[in-house]
Design a protein around this ligand. Structure first.
Ligand code: CA2
Length: 149
């Protein structure tokens, strides 16, 4: 079973800039931690980062045939992207949205997520650890759904 782990614009900068906001962990380190935890649960992670909205949309579309679920940090596209929201909705896969920061404690323009209404749920404010929480939540959701199917 494969999980798609998607990260949006500027998240490749993690660990190199603004450590006061986003911490010192790198994206590679977070992907490695999620991959190891998923492997312990018998799952595979496909990780993809892009600064380009259309590339993220394309990956979500491709996941429909190959993945069991999605973990996504859409970054700034969280607050703007109807295209990502439509792609998540069309994929029909359970999706967990994750954010490093608690966006509700930040500028008003970060308070709304366009994408979260088509996700199972959202985890924010726990830095890189939130990605592990998102993985656990997604696995739990998949197991619950399997039991009900
Ligand atoms: O808190 C989050 O995870 C965000 O998705 C991060 C986005 C921001 O636009 C959202 O409102 C909340 C920004 C990602 C930028 O990542 C950087 C990482 C290191 C240095 C600079 C930017």
């Amino acid at each position: 079973m494969t999980i798609l782990l998607l990260n949006g614009p500027n998240l490749a900068l993690l660990g190199t800039r603004e450590p006061g906001i986003y911490g010192r962990e790198t994206l590679d380190g977070i992907v490695a931690a999620v991959t190891a935890r998923a492997a312990a649960a018998g799952m595979v992670v496909r990780a993809f980062q892009s600064d380009i909205e259309g590339e993220l949309v394309r990956e979500i579309g491709a996941a429909r045939a190959t993945c069991a679920g999605i973990i996504i940090n859409p970054a700034a596209y969280t607050h703007t992207s109807v295209a990502l929201r439509d792609a998540i909705s069309a994929a029909g896969l359970p999706c967990v949205e994750v954010h490093f920061t608690n966006t509700h404690r930040r500028e008003p323009f970060r308070h709304e997520s366009v994408t979260v209404p088509v996700c199972v749920g959202q985890i924010m404010g726990f830095g890189g650890y939130g990605y592990l929480l998102a993985l656990d939540a997604l696995i739990h959701h998949l197991q619950q759904n399997k039991e009900r199917a």
